[in-house]
Design a protein around this ligand. Sequence first.
Ligand code: NAP
Length: 274
Amino acid sequence: MTVASAATTVAAVIGDPITHSLSPRIHNAAFAATGLDWVFVALPVPAGKADAALDGVRHLGLAGLSVTMPHKDAVAVAADERSPAVDALGAANCVVAVGDGRVRAENTDGVGFVAGLQDDAGVSPNDRRVAVLGAGGAARAVVDAVARAGATEVIVVNRSATRAEAAAALAPIARVGTIDDVRDADIVVNATPIGMLADSAMPCDPGLITRDQVVVDLVYGPQPTTWVRALRRTGHEAHDGTSMLVHQAAAAFTLWTGVEAPIDAMREAVTAGV
Ligand code: NAP
């Protein structure tokens, strides 16, 4: 392990709660693998204090932040600059210090999803129909990213209609659908926390999924969800959210450092930590 010195660059994750975060593990593994004299720490920042945290970046010389609940929306507003994804989503998961005391808000969840899909399944959303179950922050990032990546149609299926409509409004090729629309998709994404909340619950009946579809459950953890296990048992291609987690962190790493992310070391750190 590198010993921090006066020359060490600091990056951090902010959130509340924050002690469960895998970000320090992932990013410190990446700094070690690339030989960078950087260190990554977790900073508990209570709701309503995102502005103060960004001032900390500006004045303490931090290189950047990962941003988690409850600050994703507030950071998008308080940053000096925003990426196109942040402008579209109104939420940020990453902050980059860009010099002259300015900070830029970024959202790497969507690019992380697309890169993870390529890594896991060798599939691009280009020219595909994508069904997204859920309409929260993760679902919105996926809708925006797959539309930017050339999906022909995105169907949002969600419990509450208002949030479904807001997510579908992110892209002209997106619409609100019902669970039956899952049958017509090439890629089916669970962006609800259902498999995380209750062991036996599933976001949709595995019987709706056909063998030529690729399934990604954004939930990740030591065990695949009941849904992913049920699909794999019947020979379907189903992936969990680990690759998205690794690739959203990898995108942030490169934004901060300008260095290509050591994906294998980052994935190993996640696998050891979940
Ligand atoms: P969120 O903003 O709270 O949104 C949750 C969504 O799931 C909402 O659309 C909600 O519906 C729906 N939902 C929640 N409980 C439900 C239930 N019991 N039945 C039906 N629908 C339900 O959460 P999020 O930040 O988008 O995260 C969603 C999941 O993705 C979490 O499990 C999170 O861990 C995972 N995630 C993974 C990654 C990764 O890198 N792999 C990244 C981000 C998130 P309503 O709109 O009706 O409330």
